[in-house]
Design a protein around this ligand. Structure first.
Ligand SMILES: [Cu+2]
Length: 354
């Protein structure tokens, strides 16, 4: 009796483990298939706010469109909030005539990628920028300046330095061309109805040739993916207004996970640091820097840590169309100020590849 029950028990354990072994084998086959072709996964590309996270296969091309929006609201000096009243207070610490209060920058960005071979992907980015800045004067008058037009066109390449089944190590390099205007003018409360040169935050380009080197590492696992990227923007010369924008450095890392068919979410952190302006815009009145902080070359530097949440979606029925959205919220900012702080940014994008 005892022996029989032992026998039955071991039989059932045996059958159970056979079943689970089969399940294991099946799931291994499925995950191997998933590993071989992850292009159906939303997270087969990085979050839409990251540029140059992936290379393409030989002969493949991709067209993309991004709408990016950034809202700035209120000023910081270091990490401390500074009110407009403090900025324009004649007997206060700053004593400016004008305070910048809000700024919105939106951008339409067209992108193209083409891979002549599996290791090299060429890329081109053409931005169209729209900016608006609200100000208040010491007398309490409010006015808005605006500028719009093409920004600095970037062309470059991604080169795959190393790769495994699951990972890619990519060298990024692009060049930024001074196609964006640095001659944007508008009427201000102090210009007696005349168009005058606007400070650099309202200009559409750097006016200089800049190089943007970087390095990107991505890993795709069966149920998630992650990546990291470091990039710098280095200005090579001085523009024809006798100034050079500060260099920039950025590091970002993300984690992404498919959560339904064709969908993935992502969580990303990004740290960015940028320098002051070298020189002073020769077209900007010499007095401007004493009237408004945005014109002061030494009040442009800063650093910021952002947290971003995103969603990627592959349009069903096609493996080549992707919609993506990412919202970015700064959690730490330290600015040479008074300088406008970033409140919220988002990117909405569409990518089509063939
Ligand atoms: Cu691409």
């Amino acid at each position: 009796m005892f022996v029989k029950s032992m026998f039955v028990k071991s039989m059932s354990i045996n059958m159970l483990s056979k079943k689970s072994a089969m399940l294991l084998v099946t799931s291994c086959i499925f995950s191997a298939v998933a590993m071989a072709d992850t292009s159906h996964r939303g997270d087969s590309h990085g979050p839409i706010g990251v540029m140059g996270d992936h290379t393409h296969k030989a002969g493949e091309w991709m067209l993309s469109y991004r709408y990016m929006n950034m809202d700035m609201d209120g000023n910081l000096d270091g990490t401390d909030d500074v009110s407009s009243a403090e900025i324009v207070d004649a007997s206060g610490e700053y004593g400016y005539m004008i305070a910048a209060e809000q700024m919105t920058m939106s951008m339409h960005m067209l992108g193209g990628m083409y891979a002549p071979n599996d290791d090299l992907t060429l890329m081109l980015m053409v931005p169209f920028i729209d900016t608006e800045m609200d100000h208040v004067t010491r007398m309490g008058a409010e006015f808005t300046t605006a500028s719009d037009g093409i920004g600095d066109v970037k062309a470059g390449f991604l080169y795959r330095l190393d790769h495994t089944e699951k990972s890619n190590l990519i060298a990024n390099f692009s060049m930024s061309f001074p196609t964006g205007s640095i001659d944007e003018e508008d009427v201000t409360a102090m210009s007696s109805g005349e168009d005058v040169q606007l400070p650099s935050p309202m200009q559409l380009g750097s006016g200089t040739y800049d190089i943007i080197p970087g390095i990107t590492y991505t890993v795709t696992e069966a149920s998630y993916s992650w990546g990291a990227q470091a990039k710098a923007t280095i200005r090579l010369d001085e523009n024809d207004h006798d100034y050079t924008l500060g260099n920039r450095g950025m590091v970002t890392a993300w984690y992404a996970r498919p959560f339904a068919n064709h969908l993935s979410w992502s969580l990303r952190g990004a740290f960015e640091k940028w320098g002051n302006i070298d020189g002073y815009d020769s077209e900007l009145g010499a007095m401007m820097a004493t009237m408004i902080a945005t014109a002061d070359s030494d009040l442009r530097a800063g650093e910021r840590f952002d947290v971003a949440v995103g969603v990627n979606y592959i349009i069903p029925g096609s493996k080549t169309n992707r919609l993506a959205f990412e919202i970015v919220k700064p959690v730490y900012q330290n600015l040479d100020g008074p300088q406008l702080q970033t409140d919220l940014a988002f990117t909405l994008g569409w990518q089509m590849s063939q």
